[in-house]
Each structure stands twice: as structure tokens, then as C-alpha cells.
Ligand binder design. Sequence first.
Ligand SMILES: Cc1cc2nc3c(=O)[nH]c(=O)nc-3n(C[C@H](O)[C@H](O)[C@H](O)COP(=O)(O)OP(=O)(O)OC[C@H]3O[C@@H](n4cnc5c(N)ncnc54)[C@H](O)[C@@H]3O)c2cc1C
Length: 314
Amino acid sequence: MSKIAIIGAGMAGLAAAGRLAARGVASVIFEKSRGFGGRMATRRTGDLQFDHGAQFFTARGPDFFAQVSRWREAGVVDEWATGSYVGAPGMSAPARAMAPRHACVTQAQVSRLVRAESGWSVCDESGEISAPGNGSYDSVVLAVPAPQAIPLAASAGARMPELAHVEYAPCIALMLAFPLAIHGPLENWLKPDDRTIAWMARNSSKPGRPADAQTWVVHARPDWSREHLEITADDLRAPLLAAFRAVTGILTEPTHVSAHRWRYALVEQAVGVPCLFDADAMVGACGDWCLGPRVESAYDSGCAMADTLLKSLA
Ligand SMILES: Cc1cc2nc3c(=O)[nH]c(=O)nc-3n(C[C@H](O)[C@H](O)[C@H](O)COP(=O)(O)OP(=O)(O)OC[C@H]3O[C@@H](n4cnc5c(N)ncnc54)[C@H](O)[C@@H]3O)c2cc1C
């Protein structure tokens, strides 16, 4: 029976694993962080939680719309505004629901792929990563941002020159909490005409979020983020908080302030094909960088990757 290694438990990797499993093909997912969802992220700190990556998603195509309907039935996605959906109780909820826990290795940062006679081995800096099963794979899927896929593809000798053409905008996110009763904008989200801030959302207005604090997530503009990307998270808080105050008029001292730097946040230049596959190496690659900067694009790319593999294995 064929066995696939998938590197990355974001929406693309999980969609690929789900589609393969539905066709009876087993996969093992290797993920460098502790949780699932990648940029569909939820940060929990004490009783607070923030969606500091993707804010919401839409469903334009029939496949993803059907998937969103299944998530809604399972109670892991809800509508926030008409036609825009969020994970519930946090943005990572649908990813956690999709993850085949018995076949996921977390906190495993893959650094190279090694070919043996029996198939591919997946390795970190100290050697082969132990995983369920015999640890040998017929094929490997790289479901990570394009710049992180480049060294992995190179280690496997897979030819994927398109990866080098992908471009991303970074994004610095500020997370704020206030007492519930403060006065501020009534909108659930704002896209201000501002030199620093691109977007801000009242996180606590999303369905299923803790109701005992007013929380905000602020995303800096791409140019501001690029300019400040190498500054420590501590030093990012003051200028972003000042910009938030100027836009919202909220002068109350926050009970929580933290910042996160997304180096590869939003795809600016996509490849324009649903996935990449080197049939000689049996190595594929997928992610939002194939089709565009959206959760739905990552899902579609993961499904296309699985279909390509299934054809090749057949
Ligand atoms: C700030 C921000 C705002 C956004 N807003 C929206 C929005 O409002 N609407 C929308 O539709 N989209 C939005 N997006 C984009 C959306 O989050 C992405 O398009 C989508 O989640 C990408 O999924 P992916 O699976 O392609 O990649 P990722 O989510 O990046 O998943 C890749 C996974 O691979 C793992 N990984 C990387 N390298 C390795 C390695 N060497 N070994 C093991 N694991 C590895 C990572 O930890 C990660 O879990 C936003 C993104 C950001 C950052």
C-alpha cells in the first residue's frame, strides 16, 4: 500500500492528507510547530485568545464551499459577517478537526529528504524523524511556504524552479486586550486609511470567542511590516499601539499587548498552477503560493496535489 509523507500541517497539507485518506492512501504529516493550521492560527494566553494570522475566509468555489458546510455542521466554523467565515472557537479549529492525530508528528522541523532503496526518509538536523509505520515513503509532499520548500526540494533533487519566483508580503500583528466595557469603534473590523495599519478586527466579536474581555488584532501594512521586520517583538508594541490609539480613539491601558512577526504572510506573486510535481523524484509541492493569498487557495492546492499523486500512483 502506498504511503505519503506530507511536510506541513497548514490548510494545504491537511487538505491533501484528507483527500488521500478518502481515496484509501495513507499519509504521515510532519509539522514543525506544536499545533495544526499554520497561518490559520489561534494564540492562547491565559483566558485570552487571538486569531493573529488569517482573519476570516470566504468560499468562492463549490469544493471549498462544500467543505465549509461540513465544518459548519461539525461546529468548527461559523459565519462572522455575511459570506465570511471563521474557525470556532478559534481560527485553527477546522485544521485541528482535519488533522489525523494518529498520523501526525508535531514539533518536527524537517530539514532534508533522503532517498533509500525502500523509499524516502524524512530527516531533521539529527537524522531520520521517527514516525508511525516503517518511516519509508513512496512520495513526499512539501506543503510549506515556497522559500521553505526550496531547500527541501533541493535535498531531494526535485526540479521545481517555479518556487524561486514566489513573493510574499510580511505582516506584523499586534494583539490587544481591554476590559469589556471600554468605548471604541462599533464595527467588528476596520480597514483604516492609515500609514501603519492595514486592517484591524475586534477579535472578541467573532462567534464562540471568550466574552470576558474586548480583544483586538491589528495587522500592519506590508511596507511598514517589511521596514520593521527585524525589530524585536518588544520594540514593535509601542509604535503599533500608538497607531491603534490614533485610529480608534481607545486610550485605555490594555491588559495584554503582544506582537507577532509573519515573515511569509500574504502571497504577492503566485505560481499560477494548482501544485507542482516532479514525477521522477515523486516529490510534490502545494500551498497558497500556487494560486493566491487565501485559505481557499491553500485548500484547493492541497486537493489538487492529492489528485495528482493519486493519478501518478495509479
Ligand atoms: C497575517 C495574515 C493574515 C491573513 N489573512 C487572511 C484572510 O483574512 N483570509 C484568507 O483567506 N487568508 C488569509 N491569510 C492567508 C492564509 O492564512 C493562508 O493563505 C493559508 O493559511 C496558507 O495555508 P498553507 O497550508 O499554504 O500554508 P501555512 O499555513 O503556512 O502552513 C505551512 C505549515 O508548514 C509548517 N512548516 C514550515 N516549514 C516546515 C518544516 N521545515 N518542517 C515541518 N513543518 C514546516 C508550518 O509550521 C505551517 O504549519 C492571512 C495570512 C496571514 C499571515
